[in-house]
Design a binder for this molecule. Structure first.
Ligand SMILES: C[S@@+](CC[C@H](N)C(=O)[O-])C[C@H]1O[C@@H](n2cnc3c(N)ncnc32)[C@H](O)[C@@H]1O
Length: 250
């Protein structure tokens, strides 16, 4: 079951996430992109938060995503000569003729896969598409027990403007399910347009991982070498880490 990012979410994604996320992960992924000499694939490329900068830096990068709305936003910001680099495919069963030296799935893409067989299929599919010596990098958040116990109820996480004088606000509510390791997230977007207040609600489940589950998952896959770091600055996983940054090498 796939939950596609809807239209308004795609439309305002860059405004919100350049603000909420770039300071956390942009330098890290751009570092791995720029040091790669060969072909790169970004899985869950979205609106191209990394992809567009990677192309501007001369990377030979391709992108896939399951959301038509996200890809439309990305394409509208790309020169037509680059459109062939983008396709609508899932991490679980994408296919390309050639292989890649780096595959990345930045910002919770793997957490969109609820089911362990899909997660395993995704890892093995990525493995198949890597050259020997190639690397797959993805991230997930470390579950915050406090937030699992005290869910959000319409917490505002963005309150700004999408254009001068035009307001955009997002709030988030969560409904955590510990047994299925899933947080059911409800986003409410509100924005000013044509003199009225517009709204879009989007519900999406996010599958959270614990440390040893992630290790077992990768060990069950075809990847035989992996390492999990605890932040985007290269530090090992330790008590108090907020991120799982998973490196899988072929
Ligand atoms: C939080 S966004 C991250 C987008 C981009 N990588 C970034 O960092 O800004 C997650 C993206 O993963 C995509 N996605 C979700 N499930 C997917 C799947 N099965 N295969 C490929 N992409 C998927 C979503 O459509 C969305 O664009």
């Amino acid at each position: 079951m796939h939950y596609e990012y809807p239209e308004a979410f795609a439309r305002f994604y860059d405004v919100m996430y350049r603000h909420l996320r770039d300071a956390v992960d942009h330098e890290f992924y751009m570092h791995h992109i720029t040091k790669t000499k060969g072909r790169i694939l970004e899985v869950g490329v979205g609106t191209g938060r990394f992809f567009r900068d990677a192309l501007a830096n001369g990377a030979d990068i391709y992108g896939i995503d399951i959301s038509g709305a996200m890809l439309e936003v990305l394409k509208s910001n790309l020169e037509a000569s680059h459109h062939h680099r983008i396709s609508r495919q899932s991490i679980v069963d994408f296919s390309f003729d050639g292989k890649f030296d780096l595959i990345i799935a930045p910002f919770r893409v793997m957490m969109h896969l609820p089911d362990k067989e899909e997660q395993l299929a995704a890892l093995n599919n990525v493995y198949r598409h890597l050259n020997t010596g190639g690397v797959f990098i993805f991230d997930a958040f470390v579950p915050d027990l406090n937030q699992l116990l005290h869910p959000h109820d319409r917490t505002t996480d963005f309150d700004g403007e999408y254009q001068p004088g035009k307001k955009l606000r997002r709030s988030v509510s969560t409904d955590p399910d510990l047994i299925n390791q899933t947080i059911h997230v409800t986003f409410l977007l509100e924005w000013d347009e044509n003199g009225k207040n517009n709204q879009e609600v989007w519900k999406v489940p996010l599958r959270f991982f614990f440390r040893y589950e992630l290790e077992h998952l990768v060990e069950r896959s075809k990847f035989s070498h992996s390492k999990i770091l605890g932040d985007f600055y290269g530090n090992d996983l330790k008590r108090g880490s907020r991120e799982f940054i998973v490196f899988c090498a072929k």
